[in-house]
Design a protein around this ligand. Structure first.
Ligand code: NAD
Length: 492
């Protein structure tokens, strides 16, 4: 059992109350480390450190070019330690080592990209309509950013916030999920090594219920960047509203993967499987609803079930494993409850529907890959986010019906389309209420392309050029170029 510490003002510290939280390996079900269970006093200490760093000369006087160089150096360190960080994430959240390695090896790109962008933020000269006046704008950082992140893809999702926030010149207090804190704390050491001044990045570990409100409502926090469930996101939004603070919210989804009658079925099957069973369904962009044209419904389901059966479940630390455990015992129970809800609602289970009991599952928290047919769009299993390996198959008869069903949820994060007809692909892409649409592919993301939700899936965008704007505010500066100040009592 290891004891890990939090990062505050460049120092590694315990919680001031002396309390700890255990962190578990989802494959063994055993606790393997303890992380500090921060209290509100630790939040205050971290925010004050971030505020001091924000106004202090070590950060403020760095040119944007020098800031960018720090971010690029950080990217190099992530590349150096990618495999080590991946192993830590797998031990802590049970995601597949093959996926986490790929994610960690790709992650430096965000630091290179936003490092490069740091000195390309330019203001404007306004052709002002007043005589003897010069007016221009500066894009300035906001101040201290509170970054709150979930347990799936812990470092990547934090990176989506940290890279643009730091490139823009803000400082950060980061609260990682209580279920995946270990990799965040290991990552904290890289900021030090890269040469970021103390206090520019601070990490507080603990429960959202203990410290979330103190962090979001702290008067010195200028902006909240949150990724997590939509209920928590709504609460965070309401708390941020009390201080009139801008927010970025990346929330849940119930994404539709639409398989048209003219689709290449073998590709569509692979896309549907990667959409829901990769990452054990624990991804915001899970394609948890397969909308399948009635003409190909039965042959698609046969192929889908046959392919999903081939998935190797087991120890996520083995590179050959294809489906790992779910991250927490509570999540395991939630998924099994949803399977009961689907059955009770009349959906027909054609694959799985039980906890994983294969010998390779050991004592881990597993759910068999599960597929339900005869699902109606209004059933709870078709409307609510399960965040597990559970797929609903819903038939449709024409494009209009597919769009109507796809859009008929409160979410709007992503959608997939499988068709050989590019005219149909463009037409349907436009009509889908989703922040991302994939055509004949699924789950692609990049540092270059904006990511975010429509409707209850969120506010704001991460990645791509526009993401840095989420961490900037525009100042308008007026300069009189005339000689005398006119008499204020004489209206002109
Ligand atoms: P969660 O909402 O339970 O927790 C997210 C974070 O919020 C954690 O750090 C948690 O400690 C914190 N938190 C909890 N209560 C809080 C409070 N009162 N105030 C402030 N912070 C609080 O989510 P989770 O279970 O960790 O993650 C799964 C959810 O995240 C899913 O709904 C998934 O769709 C969503 N998600 C969205 C994206 C996206 O980019 N859109 C990406 C990944 C995950």
């Amino acid at each position: 059992m290891q004891d890990l510490q939090m990062l505050c003002d460049g120092r590694w510290v315990n919680a001031q109350n002396g309390e700890w939280l255990e962190t578990f390996n989802p494959y063994t079900g055993a606790a393997w480390a303890r992380v500090p269970r921060a209290g509100v006093e630790d939040v205050d200490r971290a925010v004050q450190a971030a505020r001091r760093a924000y106004v202090g000369p070590a950060w403020r006087n760095l040119t944007p070019t020098a800031r960018g160089a720090l971010l690029r150096r950080l990217g190099d360190l992530v590349a150096r330690d990618a495999d080590e960080l991946a192993e830590l994430e797998t031990r802590d959240n049970g995601k597949l080592i093959s996926e986490m390695r790929a994610q960690m090896r790709y992650m430096p790109q965000w630091y290179y990209y936003f490092g490069g962008l740091a000195d390309k933020v330019e203001g404007r000269v306004i052709p002002i309509d007043k005589p003897d006046c010069f007016n221009f704008t500066w894009d300035e950082p906001l101040g201290v950013v509170a970054a709150i992140t979930p347990w799936n893809s812990p470092l990547l999702l934090a990176t989506w916030k940290l890279a643009p926030a730091l490139a823009a010149g803000n400082t950060v207090v980061w609260k990682p999920s209580e279920h995946s804190t270990a990799s965040a704390l290991a990552f904290g050491r890289l900021f030090e090594e890269a040469g970021f001044p103390p206090g520019v990045v601070n990490i507080v570990s603990g429960l959202g219920s203990d410290i979330g409100e103190a962090l979001v409502t702290h008067p010195d926090v200028a902006k909240v960047a949150f990724t997590g469930g939509d209920q928590t996101g709504q609460h965070v939004y309401e708390m941020a509203a009390r201080g009139i603070k801008p927010v970025t919210l990346e929330l849940g989804g119930k994404s539709a993967n639409i398989i048209c009658a003219d689709a290449d079925l073998d590709n569509a099957v692979k896309g549907a499987v990667s959409g829901i069973f990769a990452a054990t369904g624990q991804t915001c962009i899970a394609g948890s609803r397969a909308l399948v044209h009635r003409d190909i419904h039965d042959s698609f389901v046969d192929k889908l079930v046959a392919f999903a059966r081939t998935a190797r479940m087991g120890d996520p630390a083995l590179p050959e494993t294809q489906i790992g455990p779910v991250t927490t015992q509570a999540q395991l129970k939630k998924i099994l409850d949803y399977i009961d809800i689907a059955r009770a609602g009349g959906a027909r289970c054609v694959l799985g529907g039980t906890p994983g009991s294969r010998p390779e599952c050991g004592r881990g928290w597993f759910v068999e890959p599960t597929i339900f047919c005869d699902v109606r769009p209004d059933m709870r299993i078709a409307q609510e986010e399960v965040f597990g390996p559970v797929l609903c198959v819903i038939p449709f008869d024409n494009d209009d019906e597919a769009v109507r069903i796809a859009n008929d949820t409160r979410y709007g994060l992503a959608a997939g389309l499988w068709t050989r007809d590019m005219g149909r692909a463009l037409n349907l892409s436009r009509r889908l209420e989703a922040g991302t649409v994939w055509v004949n592919t699924y789950r692609a993301t990049s540092f270059l392309s904006p990511f975010g939700g429509y409707k209850r899936s969120g506010i704001g965008r991460e990645s791509g050029l526009s993401a840095i704007r989420e961490y900037l505010q525009e100042k308008s500066v007026w300069i009189s170029t005339g000689g005398d100040v006119p008499n204020p009592f004489v209206m002109r």
